[in-house]
Design a protein around this ligand. Structure first.
Ligand code: UDP
Ligand code: MN
Length: 253
């Protein structure tokens, strides 16, 4: 029925594969009827690839794209994010009509198949600059033309933050003013930073969250457990671990 629609994530390293596994498991737990696809780069280990093949309908190998923009990435404080240009490959998945991209550091808390009623480019505001969308969750239409235009745009203008989010925001620059239906509610991309930027709102609206996004340097799977975190975020983190250690349900054959 919905063979033309897919959830898509990305992992360019073994540690992000851990996150991707949780994306797939949490989507399945909540009974999605859509395909679940992961794009990986050739460097990931066989063990990681096998683990992904168990939970994803499709594991697609893509080549690494790096913005190589160290200046902007250091301003952002995230020198490692040049590799997020690899995300652009999602526009090449033209075997699907419409997709929802989910960062590998997201956790799905309920069925979110209704996102496929939205059109390109739908996304939720970024808590750091709400006239920009956060590129951790977005609805898009695969298209070779769009893919080529995005690469052209990157070559001509670069990315203002050195990562995919800066590029996508300048490419889809009318997002914040054009069409209100393309502005997803924040509960579809509840960013971890909201805990310390607006704690009362987090406490009030947090229970309605549909997708939690562990955006920022520290991921649930990160070895270091420093910094102060609210109880609510810790609850989401323990939910992430529960999903990580759960073994069912897995991909149908
Ligand atoms: N990513 C990846 N390998 C990396 C960095 C990023 O595969 O080394 C992918 C992964 O899907 C990740 C997304 O790119 O979720 C965006 O990076 P991240 O989530 O770390 O950025 P943040 O949301 O913290 O800004
Ligand atoms: Mn992320």
């Amino acid at each position: 029925m919905s063979a033309g629609e897919a959830f898509v994530t990305l992992a360019t390293s073994d540690s992000y594969c851990q996150g991707a596994t949780v994306v797939a498991r949490s989507l399945r737990r909540h009974g999605t009827t859509r395909c679940i696809v992961v794009m990986v780069t050739p460097n990931i280990s066989d063990q990681s690839r096998k683990a992904l093949e168990n939970v994803f309908d499709e594991v697609i190998t893509v080549d690494v794209k790096n913005s190589e923009d160290q200046l902007h990435l250091s301003m952002l404080g995230r020198p490692e994010l040049g590799v997020t240009f690899t995300k652009l490959h999602c526009w090449n998945l033209t075997q699907y009509n419409k997709c929802v991209f989910l960062d590998a550091d997201t956790l799905i808390l309920c069925n979110v198949d209704e996102l496929f009623q939205r059109d390109e480019l739908s996304a939720a505001p970024d808590p750091g600059w709400p006239d920009c969308f956060n590129s951790g969750v977005f609805v898009f239409r695969p298209s070779k033309i769009t893919y080529t235009s995005l690469l052209d745009h990157a070559l001509q203008h670069g990315s203002f933050d050195g990562g995919d989010q800066g590029l996508l925001n300048s490419f889809f620059s009318s997002w914040s003013v054009e069409d209100i239906s393309k502005r997803l509610p924040f509960i579809y991309n509840l960013c971890a930073s909201s805990v310390y930027t607006y704690l009362p709102a987090f406490q009030h609206f947090g229970p309605q969250a549909k997708i939690v996004h562990f955006a920022g340097v520290r991921k649930p799977w990160s070895p270091q457990r420093d910094g102060c975190h609210s109880q609510s975020m810790e609850q989401f983190e323990s939910l992430w671990w529960k999903e990580y250690h759960s073994h069912t349900p897995s991909a149908p054959d």
